[in-house]
Design a binder for this molecule. Sequence first.
Ligand code: ZN
Length: 148
Amino acid sequence: MMLIQPERQLIEAVFGVPVTNRYGCEEVSLIACECDVHNGLHLNAEHAYVELLRDDGSPCAPAEDSSIVVTELVNRAMPMIRYDVGDRGAPSNRTCACGRVLPLMEGVTGRLADFLVAAGGSKVAGVSLIECTLTRFAGIRQLQLVQE
Ligand SMILES: [Zn+2]
């Protein structure tokens, strides 16, 4: 799970060091990681081929919300091929100021199962809902969203 900005700020304030987001999963390990510029996640392209796809399987545009699909390049025992991780993210066409040439993704927007569905059928990422709305109310220490 990616850190939301208030969590990052709290950890950095308490420990006095910058915090770096890393993204991965049990099945594939590290998929992407921030560099010291903290402006998107560099894909771990040396170890995995990452596709960011629309629901119909076509490649999505930069900054478009998409499914994260990963093919391992180094697991010779049981490689995951075009594995849909179940997470959502957005690709980037930017280059990073750090000088690394590994491709960037804008970020991980949430888990497929974590989306709330509005009455009109549109989807809202639970993490986005928390980050953009509920954390702005003072005094909330924990919360849980339930959609039946
Ligand atoms: Zn960078």
